[in-house]
Write a protein that binds this ligand. Structure first.
Ligand code: ADP
Ligand code: ZN
Length: 736
């Protein structure tokens, strides 16, 4: 069905007087009909503005017969068509595919690919000054500096000239008044400079050469292919996929690199620049609005050749995309769980198939799904078994916390503290990793046992001692940490249970009062900018001890970091999720992989109460194969993904009974189908979020079952959505 929709005939441009279907950004199943006014030319993919009730909204003219049988004169006309290239047939097929796979309204998927009208206006010309010759009435040192700069017929903007000469604007204005310059208009500067595939010679050696040539061959062969680069941290995977990028650029195609934490990986952009002479354009939620518009336009027109972006970059309408790289493909951040629920890793492969170009997945710890695809030959596997150069993997050891307990009130074993001490005495860095923000995950009253719970969610409030607050990590609710227990009124009897990074920082401070410490978590005041600065400071060796959440785990290269200590290696294992072991293994491998990126000898220490657990054994033995084999075997037995299919349906409502009733109604509407069964409804893992009660149904199917058809039938035959009820579908949920 993919190919038939793909190569269906292109519709002719639609003539005025016709009616066209337009996708609007609403949760409705189909396009709406609009009339094309006289004198307007639109075609499928055209970005338009249309009236919708009292509003004007952005929409896209869509494919297919218009279903409207009535008199076109009764329809509201399209307000305006923007002057930008229409979304390609390829992009439209991709949007349709994602909508039908995720059972999302196509208009909401299309909304991710188009930008607001301002983005569509071309960049204005830049006003600049050019020297006409002649001298000022009176020469001053400041005026001489300005004239020296501009004499060589190089035009400058007014402020650029003042800045370069180190003078105030009034000096330049004085010269303008004397008629020494003329005003000219220059084309706007490019969004980003053009990357050059041959800027420097490829930096690949040994096993990297074979790996790179396999990827380059895939690019040269043309057409769709999926490869998986599986190589330990520091093996040089980035350098290897850079060669596939270079080859794609030589062939005149655009490249998309997906990264899970792009806002924090400025070092990646610099590495790219070292190889290609220019940085890629960035795409993520922290981009300034003006830059966002520039990049979007550059991608559409083809001016931007390479984008490094977060998952949403997958929906950019590239002029001619020729390669997608998905770095850290196992990362849970690729899953969007909001409005349109999609996994960018999986949808990247779909986009490659529709666009007929190669997709490269990259990881030191590939997801079980990608491993299975690699083993079955669906993905081409590329291995890089060792670290590049003289960098060695860290020596990894478990600290059995039952035998080496921390002192009272502490969380760091004496073994860990000794290792930190030795490391910083050598002038090297230690990282203490704990994936928990704040001071303590639970606060209770010692007298009456009262626990602080979020008033609108089923989650405990987390103490943030630096800010003097208790916060809900689900909804962001916060209040000042009370002095007295609200239940029994006792003063000063609140106790913090368990550690967060702030509490570990306090313990470190006690043991190492003279060490320079940095706490890295998303609570840092100053946001992404501050985090980038702190990461740079760490890389430059300006800290001795770093205490951090997973923010420090990803992709960074800290040359002096020779000790990584995991405060609670068991943390992710307890939640009963079938993916818990895999996720914990991936996170621990990634964090310990921060150590020993140079020739220095390095160590990883993991504090655990379950040293025999398969995850701990896999980490210290360095034998991932046995671990994956076991995981894959268990998934296969239980017919869990990728050996079976799952979807979750979350029904939420203001009223608990209403949510549960609707969920039961859906369950009753489930058709009979062999190989598909429905579990639940049961209270969702988070039963209350922002005051809304949540119930969950899990749909489980065999690998080749028609999950989407089944879900559609359930929704059509089930109770009508009314009142405060909301139904959210998640095909391929991350946790189940
Ligand atoms: P990975 O992506 O597998 O973690 P990287 O590509 O980041 O590995 O490489 C690890 C380090 O080794 C980086 O500092 C990188 O610059 C360096 N490196 C890798 N390959 C080469 C090479 N062929 N020549 C020079 N330096 C290299
Ligand atoms: Zn809350």
């Amino acid at each position: 069905s993919l190919t038939s929709s793909l190569f269906g005939d292109l519709l002719d441009a639609v003539k005025p007087g016709h009616v066209v279907p337009v996708l609007v950004p609403l949760p409705v199943p189909e396009a709406y009909s609009y009339a094309v006014p006289d004198g307007m030319m639109v075609e499928p993919g055209s970005v338009v503005q249309v009236p919708l009730g009292p509003r004007q909204v952005l929409g896209v003219v869509w494919d297919g017969e218009d279903g409207f049988g009535g008199d076109p004169k009764k329809l509201r006309p399209i307000t305006l068509a923007f002057d930008c290239p229409p979304l390609s047939k390829e992009m439209r097929s991709f949007i349709d595919w994602v909508a039908s796979y995720t059972l999302s309204p196509p208009g909401l998927v299309a909304r991710m690919a188009i930008r607001a009208p301002a983005a569509l206006e071309p960049e204005p010309m830049v006003e600049a000054l050019r020297y006409l010759g002649g001298e000022p009435e009176r020469m001053t040192p400041a005026r001489a500096r300005v004239l020296d700069l501009i004499r060589d017929e190089v035009p400058f903007t007014r402020s650029g000239l003042a800045h370069a000469a180190g003078v105030s604007l009034s000096v330049v204005d004085g010269l303008i008044q004397q008629g020494l310059f003329e005003t000219i208009f220059l084309p706007p500067p490019p969004v980003v400079a053009l990357p050059d595939p041959d800027y420097v010679a490829p930096r690949i050696e040994g096993p990297q050469k074979q790996a790179a040539s396999e990827l380059v061959e895939a690019v040269q062969a043309g057409g769709f292919s999926a490869s998986l680069i599986d190589g330990v941290t520091g093996s040089g995977k980035t350098e290897v996929y850079f060669e596939a990028i270079a080859e794609t650029l030589r062939r005149g195609k655009q490249v998309l690199i997906l990264l899970p934490e792009i806002a924090l990986t400025s070092s990646f952009l610099e590495r790219f620049q070292d190889r290609f002479g220019a940085k890629p354009a960035e795409w993520h939620s922290d981009l300034a609005p003006r830059m966002r518009e520039k990049v979007w336009r550059g991608v559409v027109t083809g001016e931007v050749r390479v984008v490094a972006g977060a998952r949403s970059a997958l929906f950019l309408p590239f002029e001619e995309l020729g390669l997608i790289i998905v770095d850290e493909e196992h990362d849970p951040a690729y899953k969007q769980e909001d409005r349109v629920f999609y996994n960018a890793r999986d949808m990247a492969v779909v986009r490659g198939r529709i666009g007929d170009f190669p997709v490269v997945l990259v990881s030191a710890t590939p997801s079980v799904e990608s491993q299975v695809n690699g083993l079955s030959g669906r993905y081409h596997m590329v291995h890089l078994p060792t670290r590049f150069g003289d960098a060695a993997m860290p020596d990894l050891h478990l600290i059995d916390m039952r035998r080496h307990p921390p002192e009272r009130g502490g969380f760091l074993s004496p073994v860990m503290l000794r290792a930190v001490k030795k490391t910083i005495e050598k002038g090297q860095q230690a990282l203490l990793f704990l994936n928990r923000r704040g001071y303590a995950p639970l606060t209770l009253c010692r007298v009456c046992g009262h626990r602080f719970q979020c008033p609108q969610c089923s989650s405990w409030l987390v103490e943030h001692r630096f800010k003097g607050q208790i916060q809900c990590h689900q909804c962001g609710y916060s209040e000042r940490t009370p002095e007295a227990c609200p239940e029994c009124g006792t003063l000063d009897h609140l106790v913090a249970c368990g550690p967060g990074v702030e509490r570990i920082a306090e313990e470190v401070e006690k043991h190492f009062p003279d060490a320079r410490t940095i706490v890295m978590s998303s609570d840092l005041l100053g946001g992404v900018k501050r985090m980038r600065l702190e990461l740079e400071a760490i890389a430059k060796g300006e800290a001795d001890i770093v205490i951090g959440t997973q923010l420090v785990a990803k992709g960074h290269n800290f040359p002096l970091m020779t000790l990584v200590g995991i405060v609670d290696a068991d943390l992710g294992l307890a939640n009963g999720d079938p993916r818990a072991a895999e996720r914990t293994f991936q996170l621990l491998s990634q964090v310990t992989g921060r150590a020993g990126r140079t020739g220095l000898k390095s160590h990883g220490l993991l504090q655990t109460y379950q040293p025999q657990h398969p995850v701990m054994q896999a980490i210290v033995s360095g034998d991932a194969t046995a671990f994956y084999e076991r995981e894959i075997g268990e998934r296969e037995k239980a017919l869990l993904p990728p050996f079976g299919r799952l979807a979750s349906i979350i029904v939420s409502a203001d009223d608990r009974g209403e949510a549960e009733g609707h969920a039961r109604g859906l369950r009753a509407a489930a058709p009979k189908a062999t190989g598909i069964s429905v579990l639940g409804p049961a209270e969702a893992p988070l039963a209350l979020v922002r005051g809304r009660h949540r119930f969950r149904l899990l749909v489980h199917g065999r690998r080749n079952s028609d999950m989407q058809g089944y879900l559609r039938t359930m929704l059509t035959n089930g109770p009508k959505v009314r009142g405060s009820v909301h139904v959210q579908l998640d095909v391929d949920p991350q946790s189940f």
